[in-house]
Design a protein around this ligand. Structure first.
Ligand code: MOS
Length: 771
């Protein structure tokens, strides 16, 4: 199920906008509907039959299921199965590596309710319409709800507990120096609290899965995911395939040369939006459970409301920031206390202290993270996880300090510029943040604004404000493996089980392999997103190019080395007798000194029996580096505010980002632009409304969950500041996708302050907060 994008129809499009920027190879297929997502699967792909499954979710958060009456549903013509906790296959325990609730809470295993919108039944029928009708007929009765349930941070404050580890293992508690003492002694202080709303992913593609068991008891699932191998392990564990090694050891298995395989295959060709929402989801287990009982392939697509409870989201966060500074605005102490919502199950706590521990130089630093387990589904990975929230708080507080000291907000950031990593003292692998500040400020006209609060007005009378903030995102790398094969036709196939989640991985990897091999782009074909391919790692944390790209680079280099060795020893080659390092490979031709040359295709055609095939495994050190490795940027916002209605319009966003070497400026610019739009949504619009009485996410539809539209986003400018990060990564690249969201909400809030004099400390900044 791997599409061939080696000869894209988009060759007919106008010239490329920037050198080194191939357009998305799968773009034409996506726009014309040829690209097939799991939810698009029809029976022709599953051997002629494909039943439809619909999930029934609970309408109560706590208590127990007393009874499920499926008689009416079962009697509809075409209904094959109503799966409940009483009839569902028993699952073996699984371990989720990413903190997802699936590790603590397997579906349909007992009668206990944990949250509103929990899966309580699955109806399978021959058509989707019948399955939907039948699902509506399933009658569930519940015991009385528990009286002391908590659905919001305000309700669950008493459940707060210290958190040792956040995210994928960063410390939840940090202390450098004596932050409390230094804060108390500082001549200038800021002490502020911030609240940020829960919000949900709302990817265009909801969760979806097609599950088919074969006659030998093997299981194949097609689903959008960010981690096919991880999902395969969960399925292997849950259905008792006798997989001995649990997920963390999978990496060790792969590195040890033992290819991971059992009777589970996970295929994820296309993923329509992910950014944390798509891996280890509950429906991963529901569809195979149903298909096991019916003996036929099943397709299950969540409806929009179900994505609010059966997929992860960004939970509510409460933060307190204390900054102590000297008279020149130099930070003497930074203290960050955070209370984050956790789910009733799921271990995930967002890494919220990235900014406070890594952005500014300070001798005294304290981070104290707590989490409160609420009676809701589990928050999880979402768009930069905690960094956008942490940066909102820190950068709003720093702006407040700047105004208190009558300092330019940009100047206070330069005075606190961290020449080494603040919490570790490590040297940076590279850091061009100063250039980002300078170029962003120049582009937005920062120094031409009137810095006086409330002083600027547009010709139409709207208040104008300028704000800025620093962007930060960690540069991570995990183990990955890739295989590159150069065939007798001189064309290469690249294989790695990484995932296209809309970020442009297919294009970036194909381009990287082509450039490394010296082949034209159309002579390279990528195969991805399938556990039959080499372990590609997780498509998370803005590290796809760092992880998978490193493996492709190494495998492609080895292939080229073998090719050159072959031609110089091949008597039939015009390059025979030359030294391999005298040759370069360009556009499919090997060229030597004095103009001797031969095409790769001609050289390979002489040995059709011997394609060149190499594999590489990279990232064995699991991301540990002797350098501080972060990507930085500067976000600038210009807003206008109606003085009567206080309606806020973001007029302009300028982001200047230093993210190492830029492989494909077109893709990177698009990613960062999208990421900045996320930030705008977080700042002004996105908010999931919780019914505090029942635990129901109320605005669980695209009609009521507000996300930015073109009218909300006036003008976004992305400046790419190139860095040489070759001592950080063999490709010199950094993590970029999620960098763009961090700092945006603060830049907008700071601009609103500049326009109106109102300091809004809770997100989203809706009209009512400004009136
Ligand atoms: Mo990202 S939130 O690691 O998909």
């Amino acid at each position: 199920m791997v599409s061939d994008y080696s000869s894209p129809a988009n060759a007919k499009l106008p010239p490329l906008p920037a050198p080194g920027s191939p357009r998305r190879l799968e773009g034409h297929d996506k726009l014309t509907g040829r690209a097939r997502y799991a939810g698009d699967f029809t029976a022709d792909l599953t051997g002629g039959v494909l039943d439809a499954a619909v999930v029934v979710t609970s309408t109560q958060a706590t208590g127990r299921i007393l009874s499920i009456d499926a008689r009416a549903a079962s009697q509809l013509t075409g209904v094959r199965l109503v799966l409940t906790h009483e009839t569902a296959p028993r699952l073996h325990s699984v371990m989720a590596t990413n903190g997802a609730e699936i590790g603590d809470l397997l579906p349909l295993q007992d009668d206990k309710l944990h949250y509103y919108g929990q899966a309580v039944a699955v109806v399978v029928a021959d058509t989707l319409a019948t399955a939907r009708d039948a699902a509506a007929l399933v009658q569930v009765t519940y015991s009385a709800p528990e009286p002391d349930a908590a659905f919001t941070l305000a309700q669950g404050r008493g459940r707060a507990q210290d958190v040792k580890k956040v995210g994928a293992g960063d410390p939840g508690q940090v202390q450098v120096g004596h932050p409390e003492k230094a804060f108390a002694a500082a001549p200038h202080q800021v002490d502020m609290t911030f609240d940020t709303a829960a919000h949900h992913h709302n990817a265009m593609e909801p969760g979806a899965i097609v599950a088919a068991w074969d006659a030998d008891g093997g299981l194949t699932v097609h689903l959008p995911t960010q981690f096919s191998y991880g999902d395969a392990v969960i399925l292997g564990e849950a259905f008792g395939f006798g997989l001995k090694e649990r997920l963390p050891n999978i990496v060790a298995q792969v590195l040890g040369g033992i290819e991971f395989h059992h009777k589970v295959r996970v295929v994820s060709t296309m993923t329509g939006g992910a950014f944390g929402s798509k891996n280890a989801n509950v429906h991963l287990l529901l569809a195979p459970m149903a298909a096991k009982l019916t003996g036929r392939p099943v397709k299950l697509v969540l409806d929009r409301a179900q994505t609010f409870t059966l997929m992860p989201f960004r939970g509510e966060m409460h933060q307190r920031i204390r900054l102590g500074a000297d008279a020149e605005g130099r930070l003497q102490a930074v203290l960050h206390d955070a209370l984050l919502a956790k789910g009733t199950a799921g271990q995930f706590v967002a890494p919220i202290g990235e900014g406070t521990t890594k952005v500014y130089a300070t001798p005294n630093l304290g981070l104290h993270v707590q989490a409160a387990a609420l009676d809701t589904n589990a928050p999880g990975w979402m768009r930069g996880p905690g960094a956008p929230n942490g940066q909102f708080a820190l950068e709003s507080a720093l702006d407040t300090l700047a105004h208190q000291l009558d300092l330019d907000p940009l100047e206070i950031r330069l005075r606190n510029y961290a020449e080494t990593e603040p919490d570790t003292g490590k040297e940076w692998s590279s850091k061009a943040l100063r250039e980002c500040y300078a170029q962003g400020a120049a582009r937005v006209g920062w120094h031409h604004r009137n810095p006086q609060v409330g002083s600027m007005r547009a010709a139409n009378g709207r208040l104008i404000g300028y704000g800025m903030a620093t962007a930060i995102y960690p540069t991570l790398q995990l183990p990955a493996r890739a295989r590159v094969e150069l065939g007798a036709d001189g064309r290469a196939v690249v294989q790695t089980a990484n995932h296209e989640i809309g970020q442009g991985m297919i294009t970036a990897f194909t381009q990287l392999a082509a450039e490394t091999l010296g082949l034209p782009l159309e002579h390279v074909r990528l195969e991805w997103g399938d556990t039959r391919l080499p372990y590609g790692g997780m498509t998370v944390g803005s590290m796809t190019t760092l992880s998978g790209g490193a493996a492709i680079l190494e495998a492609a280099q080895q292939v080229q080395k073998a090719l050159l060795k072959r031609v110089v020893t091949d008597k039939a080659s015009p390059l025979h007798g030359l030294a391999p390092d005298e040759l370069r490979v360009e556009n499919g031709h090997m060229v030597g000194p004095g103009g001797a040359s031969e095409s790769v295709a001609a050289a390979m055609a002489r040995h059709p029996e011997a394609p060149i095939r190499e594999e590489a495994t990279t990232g064995r050190t699991m991301g540990h580096s002797s350098y501080g490795r972060e990507a930085f940027g500067a976000e600038f916002a210009v807003v206008s505010v109606d003085p009567d209605t206080m309606h806020v319009q973001v007029e302009r966003l300028v982001g200047a980002f230093a993210g190492g070497r830029i492989l494909n400026p077109l893709l990177v610019r698009s990613q960062l632009m999208g990421s900045m739009v996320w930030g705008l949504g977080q700042a002004l619009l996105e908010q999931s409304e919780m019914d505090e009485r029942t635990g129901h996410w109320l605005n669980d539809s695209l009609g009521e969950a507000l996300v930015p539209t073109n009218a909300d986003v006036a003008d976004i400018d992305v400046i790419l500041v190139e860095e040489d990060d070759s001592r950080g990564h063999p490709l010199g690249v950094k993590g970029l996708g999620e960098l763009g969201i961090t700092g945006v909400a603060a830049a907008i809030a700071n601009a609103i302050y500049h326009a109106t004099g109102q300091r809004i400390t809770s997100l989203p900044i809706t009209l009512d907060k400004l009136l």
